[in-house]
Design a protein. Structure first.
Length: 254
């Protein structure tokens, strides 16, 4: 039987990268998916995620234009889940990173990153919880980072925002229980535009240094995070809330 049959998921930042991997994984296990992104097409080109879901899986999917810093966009995405029977799973994944020297970070840049990564997650959870509260509950999954657990000197604002996502998760696990489970995923080094272009780690001189820390000796792929999201979304994780699931090939623990 399908783990997520009759479930509907909203995934923010699902046009590209990890969000797309999560959306496809949830759909492979039977969930209808609302792809919510500020972009309509993937970074780097290719078919929009909802088209790939409909081509590659049996699941239904749609896309909604959504900037997670605007409450209205989040409401629109969650409303769209109504056409599939209403939201059961909310994945707050939208986010970005930046290389910066701590002493040179200006407050506008700080505010913007906190708006997207931290406030976007907060509001995504808030709007989803309202809707899930009207039905029979659900699962909220927040995408933090290995950097929500440990620091990288070049990413002080990013680390701050991802630490906020981690502790928000603990707070909500308590506040929204027992109807709604709330967990965080902490990806390690995953191959996306973020890690190849925005804050390049893969394909750079530093790659070997990062890889040396990864016990499983490979960089992660979006599907690696997608499968973790399937677990947390499904009844397999029925007794799991307030958990930080680190999916990093052993990077932070070995
Ligand atoms: P990505 O750039 O490939 O994808 C991010 C997606 O989020 C894009 O489609 C983008 O349009 C969307 N997005 C950005 N700002 C948005 C906004 N305001 N509203 C709606 N959508 C928005 O990056 P990725 O690597 O897939 O990152 C996804 C998440 O995973 C982020 O939260 C990131 O911090 C986290 N993460 C990534 C890694 C990694 O190694 N790639 C590691 C840990 C955590």
């Amino acid at each position: 039987t399908e783990l997520l049959a009759d479930r509907t998921a909203v995934v923010t930042g699902a046009a590209s990268g990890i969000g797309r991997g999560i959306a496809l994984s949830l759909a492979r296990h039977g969930a209808a998916v609302v792809v919510a992104d500020i972009r309509d097409t993937p970074r780097g080109g290719g078919a929009p995620t909802h088209e790939r879901i409909e081509d590659e899986t049996e699941a239904r999917a749609t896309s909604v234009h959504c900037d997670v810093t605007e409450r209205e966009g989040i409401v629109d995405a969650i409303e769209a889940a109504g056409t599939f029977g209403g939201i059961d799973v909310m994945v707050n994944n939208a986010g970005y990173s930046r290389n910066e020297a701590f002493t040179e970070v200006d407050t506008a840049a700080y505010d913007d990153m906190m708006d997207v990564n931290a406030k976007g997650t907060f509001m995504g959870a808030q709007v989803a919880a309202e809707r899930m509260g009207e039905t029979d509950g659900g699962s909220i999954i927040n995408v933090s980072s290995a950097e929500g657990l440990q620091g990288i000197g070049e990413h002080p604002t990013y680390g701050t925002s991802k630490g906020a996502v981690r502790t928000l998760t603990y707070s909500l696990a308590d506040a929204l229980a027992p109807e709604i489970r709330v967990n965080a995923i902490h990806p390690g080094l995953i191959e996306t535009k973020m890690t190849t272009e925005d804050t390049p780690m893969i394909g750079t001189d530093d790659e070997d240094e990062f890889r040396e820390k990864i016990a499983l000796d490979r960089v992660g792929q979006p599907d690696d995070i997608g499968r973790a999201a399937v677990f947390l979304a499904s009844d397999l994780a029925g007794y799991v809330t307030g958990e930080s699931l680190v999916v990093d090939g052993g990077m932070t623990s070995t």
